[in-house]
Every structure is written in C-alpha cells, then in structure tokens.
Design a protein around this ligand. Structure first.
Ligand SMILES: [Zn+2]
Ligand SMILES: [Zn+2]
Length: 214
C-alpha cells in the first residue's frame, strides 16, 4: 500500500492518495483543491480512482468533489450525518458566506464501523463526532486519517455550526486513543510541527489529550 500526502488549496488541507501498488486501485481523501494536479498525479502513478472519501462535510475538505467526480467518475463517500447536515440550505448559505463552494450530494453514505475496499485494501470508518456531527477517522492498515478531529499537537475547531467540544473529547477517548500506539496519524491540515504523528506521540504530547481526556 502506498500513501501520498499532498497539501491542496489555500487552507493547508492535506489530501491523501492511498492506493494498492499491485492492482493500482486507489482512493483520494479530501481532494479539496488543485484538482488538475491531483488528476495528473493519478495518471503519473497509473492509479484508477475507486472512491473520493471525505473525512467530514466542511467545504474546505469537499470543494473538489464535484470537479473530480465529474472528471474521474468516482463516487463520493461521506458519513450519513454530515451528508444530511451539510445539505441543509442554511448551512450551504453559511459556507457560501465563508467563500467556500458547498458540495453536491454524496453518492455513498457510511455509518460507524462500515468498511469499503479498494484493490486488496480495506478502509474502516470510525465515527468521531465533535468537529462536525458526522466527522470520521478512516482506518487503513495501521494508518488513521483523522481529518479535523485530530491534528498533530491539536484538535479541530468545535465552535463552528454542529461542533461540540465534549463530543470531540469523547470521540478521542473512545475511538482514537484506544487504537494501537504505533498507529500513524495523518491529519487533515498541516498545522503541526511535523506532517504526521502516531497515537503514542499524541497521547504523550497533544494537550487536548493530556489535559482533557481522562
Ligand atoms: Zn473541518
Ligand atoms: Zn479543515
């Protein structure tokens, strides 16, 4: 399995191309911007895109969905709660007010514990609400793609519509720090002192875990 981490757009969002080197089937996680470059990257690596996956419904993570789905014919996958939440008219208008383009309806909605496969690889959706109602961490073979739930040394905002700090802390406690300590953390933004981390390192150094998760 190969993971390519690449920043996209102007909000330092990390997009991930994850693919099976044997079958050349892969996914893009949060491909929100620089769509032409991402299409070139897929061609360069000779990867067939099976799914466009969103960690959550915020427009800075979903604004590339429409163009990429149209260009590559891959279905968009999102947690059912964020799909419902972010299709509300008032939430879409709020995204527009923030200067971000809302996404069209997702093709596939998932729930906690659902699995999808690409090539010989299985990804599992862990529902981790708090940053948004349907935020997910995506577990793929010892790698956790945390979106805005967990950053290197921080967590995502919970003061935006649909956010809840207590829910986010509960999600970290129940779904994230219970994973094996060597699990690699791949965040949704390049906000930390390094581009990736591990569950062990975050449990030792992330103040939101050391101070708030008992
Ligand atoms: Zn977000
Ligand atoms: Zn974000």
């Amino acid at each position: 399995m190969k993971i390519i981490q690449t920043p996209v757009g102007h909000m330092e969002v990390f997009c991930y191309l994850v693919y099976d080197e044997e079958t050349k089937e892969g996914i893009l996680i949060d491909p929100a911007g620089d769509e032409d470059r991402l299409i070139r990257l897929l061609r360069e690596k000779d990867v067939r895109l099976k799914y466009i996956v969103n960690t959550h419904g915020h427009a800075d993570h979903t604004c590339g969905n429409e163009r990429l789905a149209r260009a590559l014919g891959a279905p968009v996958v999102m947690h059912a709660l964020d799909e419902t939440y972010f299709q509300q008219v008032e939430i879409k208008n709020w995204a527009r007010m923030m200067g971000l383009c809302p996404h069209p309806p997702a093709d596939i909605t998932v729930q906690d514990g659902d699995e999808l496969t690409f090539g010989g690889i299985t990804m599992k959706f862990l529902h981790t609400p708090g940053h948004t109602p349907g935020a997910c961490c995506i577990l793929i073979d010892g790698n956790l793609f945390t979106g805005d739930t967990l950053f290197v040394g921080a967590v995502g905002r919970t003061d935006l519509p649909g956010g809840s700090f207590s829910q986010l802390i509960e999600s970290l406690k129940k779904k994230v720090i219970t994973l094996p300590p060597d699990t690699i953390v791949w965040p949704g933004h390049d906000y930390g002192d390094r581009p990736s981390s591990t569950i062990r390192r975050e449990m030792e150094t992330n103040p939101y875990i050391t101070d708030f998760v008992d």
